[in-house]
Design a protein around this ligand. Structure first.
Ligand code: FAQ
Length: 324
């Protein structure tokens, strides 16, 4: 019965084996994976927009070529992830509908506008930098198709981080105005990266939303018990801060958090706590930019309808043997 199946599933997890699409899995595990993988896929494709807006205004052919490749990589990540989600028995069309109708979320990091060229550097350095820290452990997540997608994604994201660092580094070597532009972009992208890319804080002190936050922490523990997540949100957030502070110093930009300082005792950098209120506030739910992101995505989907129809018609003709 189900108990035996569940015991086998738990034994696989305990042995560090990966769960594959053919294996029995609890409904809750399947639901949690569908939710996380689809939210992740949506983030990748919505995440193309802020930097994509700068493709036609890149300052040189070299910068344009690398930005174009970077934005295309994000589209590819979305595709691997939708495919991984499909192995769980959901369809890509339904997942896209859920995104378009607002029933599923994407990383709210991208609800912020990219105001200058320097933003392309700050997004790649900070947002992709946070993504790598968050996603590297997912290369060993318990669900096979998700883990395999993550390996390639992480290699590409690591390259994006260097590309973003290089854009900002160049601006920091330039005129005072260019340096100021780099600093301004870092000021605006710091919070979306450090707060949002890692999800809500592990523990929350005070505030009316305590109950919801406690529920979130319980979900997080369930996810770790199933081997989906490997570390808590705050552990990964700390790892990210420890990575970027020395990089910022080398570049000569200041991270906009006066609480950042080396803590000898802990062997980590201290930084301002990300509490639940701050987190919810940074989501930008219902903002003009959030509406634009979704409207843009829906329009792109509608503009592409003829391609999907042509692919279906071609597949039907192939199936009927008309094209042989
Ligand atoms: N934005 O779901 P939990 C990328 C919501 S990849 C908006 O319990 P958890 C690459 C959440 O929906 C970026 N909402 O949090 C790139 C829920 O609300 P609900 C994506 C958020 O599972 C770079 C509530 O808060 N990465 O960007 C966010 O502990 C540059 C409670 O949260 C992944 O998806 C958020 N950020 O942590 C592309 C990695 N976070 O639904 C282009 C895999 C939470 O109850 C350019 N995912 N909420 O109303 C994960 O590791 C986790 O799912 C987290 C969320 C860490 C994202």
């Amino acid at each position: 019965g189900v108990e035996q199946l569940n015991a086998h599933f738990e034994a696989l997890l305990a042995a560090g084996e990966q769960i594959e699409p053919r294996d029995w899995m609890p409904d809750g595990y399947r639901r949690m994976l569908v939710r996380q993988i689809s939210q992740h896929a949506h983030s990748e494709i919505i995440g193309m927009q802020p930097e994509g807006a700068w493709l036609t205004r890149a300052p040189s052919l070299h910068r344009k070529a690398s930005l174009l490749a970077k934005v295309q990589d994000e589209a590819g990540h979305g595709l691997y992830l939708y495919s991984a989600a499909e192995t769980l028995g959901v369809s890509r069309a339904d997942l896209l509908d859920a995104l378009h109708s607002g029933h599923q979320r994407y990383a709210a990091t991208f609800n912020h506008p990219a105001l200058t060229w320097a933003d392309t550097g700050a997004i790649a350095w900070l947002t992709d930098g946070a993504a790598v820290v968050n996603q590297a452990p997912l290369c060993h997540t318990s669900y096979g198709p998700y883990a395999r997608a993550m390996r390639r994604v992480c290699q590409e994201e690591a390259f994006h981080v260097r590309q973003g660092y290089d854009v900002l580094w160049s601006l920091c070597q330039g005129t005072p105005e260019q340096k100021e532009m780099a600093q301004d972009a870092v000021n605006r992208w710091w919070l979306p990266a450090v707060a949002l890319m890692f999800g809500p804080p592990d523990t929350v002190a005070g505030g009316s939303d305590d109950r919801t936050a406690a529920m979130g922490a319980a979900v997080s523990q369930r996810s770790m018990a199933w081997g989906i997540k490997r570390h808590t949100n705050d552990e990964l957030r700390q790892r990210f801060v420890d990575n970027v502070v020395p990089q910022a110093e080398r570049m000569g930009v200041t991270l906009p958090d006066p609480a950042i300082r080396w803590n000898e005792e802990r062997g980590h950098y201290d930084f301002s706590p990300i509490d639940w209120q701050l987190f919810r506030g940074a989501l930008g739910d219902g903002s003009q930019c959030a509406r634009q992101r979704l409207a843009h995505r829906v329009a792109a989907h509608e503009d592409g309808a003829w391609v999907r129809e042509a692919v279906d018609a071609y597949a039907a003709q192939l199936a009927d043997g008309e094209l042989e």
